[in-house]
Design a protein around this ligand. Structure first.
Ligand code: ARG
Length: 467
């Protein structure tokens, strides 16, 4: 009987792997996306083995050439992936052996798929983190542009989704910028722990060959070799951390999405999203739906789910490698794809966001948003804050009955509630006066928004990942 289904370890076995089990345990369908990292890792390993005298220079060169050809075949879509060969590692190794003969089989000297796969995932996640960082920066760049343009645009600020105090639209967008800066830092921090090299741990205990881990480390741009072989092959903390950082980012993006959805509604009418980011309804001709933010809001669930999957995957696992670990890839890869897709859609969409300044302004006029300013005015005239609160409360009640904002009342009307009110009250009751008065670092005044934009530009310039 052909023992084709377990050719890598056939020696010990008396029958081939059950056909369903072979498919059930295979990972090649989803781990083939790490082909590049697998090849990079193998080339570094071969170079190190040659320099340690385990492989000859000729063998090293044959391996490097063979792997280079395999890479081209994969990228041209000509490579034949085989489920019988289980995973990306054994597919590439078998193809190499077919190409260069016995030397291909020597590549696995001093290495195991356990340190190999851990190395590949780390290389893969590191590359993707770099792309994600660049995309966060691109989104932030877009926010800076809109924030600067809308530094003077006044909208109602909310607490409890009730009109609270006027703010500038630029200030609101710069709040999003802050959230994203924290996300950026979290990915940078996660990358530090991703960037540690398992290679050399072999199956679990290290290897008897005279390997040079410092050399492979340098060739692969890792910051250091992992300090313990058992930990090196079993650790997936970095994948969990990645999903945790991704979950926070997505959570932030759901908050942005929710606001965008609200703001595009006829009831708010604060912004317009370009048609290319929206879809219509097949039955209601008037509809223009904010699909992109809605979908981003929805996609958060997957990423939170993947975080839970990975935590559960690792829970109670004894040292060292267990086959369970193969289940790390699909959640991790889907989290990566989801984050990148959401960021790309947002980074493309945000610069095209059109503020409806008149509508925002009208909304800010409706909810007595300068009531706090009137209270502060009274306090400056010597009224105790609690009394001021009471006076303004009565003024607002009057305004509700009369359907007029505080700024639309006459001086005589306002003086019914307190005789310390003078003509100068109208300076604080205007929306412009209210926002301009909050003129300190972190405040909503237009000048402060412009200063925050300048700081934001400096921050992005210092990152070195912006296009
Ligand atoms: N496909 C496996 C994974 O993703 C590679 C490592 C397999 N190691 C082993 N000892 N079976 O985890």
């Amino acid at each position: 009987m052909s023992n084709k289904t377990n050719q890598q370890w056939g020696g010990r076995f008396s029958e081939p792997t059950d056909a369903f089990v072979a498919r059930f345990t295979a990972s090649v369908e989803f781990d083939q996306r790490m082909y590049l990292q697998d090849i990079q890792g193998s080339i570094a390993h071969a170079k190190m083995l040659a320099s340690a005298g385990v492989l000859t220079g000729q063998e090293r060169d044959d391996i490097i050439r063979g792997l280079g050809e395999i890479r081209v075949e994969i990228e041209r879509g000509e490579f034949e992936w085989s489920v019988e060969l289980e995973d990306v590692h054994m597919n590439i190794e078998a193809a190499l052996t077919k190409k260069i003969g016995i030397t291909g089989k020597k590549l696995h000297t001093g290495r195991s798929r356990n340190d190999q796969v851990a190395t590949d995932i780390r290389l893969y996640v590191r590359d993707e983190i770099d792309r994600i960082l660049a995309e966060i920066s691109r989104l932030q760049q877009g926010l800076l542009g809109v924030a600067e343009r809308e530094a003077d645009t006044i909208m109602p600020g909310f607490t409890h989704l009730q009109t609270a105090q006027p703010v500038t639209f630029g200030h609101h967008l710069m709040a999003w910028f802050e959230m994203l800066s924290r996300d950026y830092e979290r990915f940078v921090d996660c990358r530090k722990r991703v960037n540690v090299m398992p290679l050399g741990a072999a199956a679990l205990a290290g290897t008897t060959y005279p390997i040079d881990r410092a050399m492979t480390c340098e060739l692969l741009n890792f910051s250091a070799p992992a300090g313990n072989s058992l930990d090196a092959v079993s650790d997936r903390d970095f994948a969990i951390e990645f999903c945790a950082a991704a979950s926070l980012l997505l959570m932030h993006m759901t908050r942005m999405s929710e606001e965008l959805v609200l703001w595009t509604s006829a009831q708010f009418d604060f912004i317009d999203l370009p048609d290319r980011f929206c879809t219509g309804s097949s039955i209601m001709p008037q509809k223009k739906n904010p699909d992109v933010p809605e979908l981003v809001r929805g996609k958060s669930g997957r990423v939170y789910g993947h975080l839970m999957s990975l935590l559960t995957l690792m829970k109670s696992q004894p040292l060292a490698y267990n086959k369970d670990n193969q289940e790390d890839k699909e959640p991790l890869f889907d989290a990566i794809d989801t984050v990148k897709g959401c960021l790309r859609a947002f980074a493309d969409m945000v610069p095209a966001l059109a503020a409806k300044a008149d509508s925002m302004r009208a909304a800010a006029m409706r909810g007595f948003s300068t009531a706090t300013d009137l209270a502060d005015y009274l306090v400056r005239k010597g009224v105790a804050f609690r009394d001021a609160h009471e006076i303004v409360g009565k003024s607002v009640a009057f305004g509700i009955a009369e359907k007029r904002d505080l700024s639309e009342m006459t001086l005589a009307e306002l003086q019914q509630f307190s005789d310390v009110i003078g003509e100068d009250v109208f300076e604080v009751l205007t929306l412009e006066g209210s926002v301009a008065a909050r003129n300190h670092i972190g405040g909503t005044a237009p000048d402060q928004v412009r200063a925050a934009v300048v700081r934001g530009r400096e921050l992005l310039a210092g990152r070195g990942d912006a296009e």
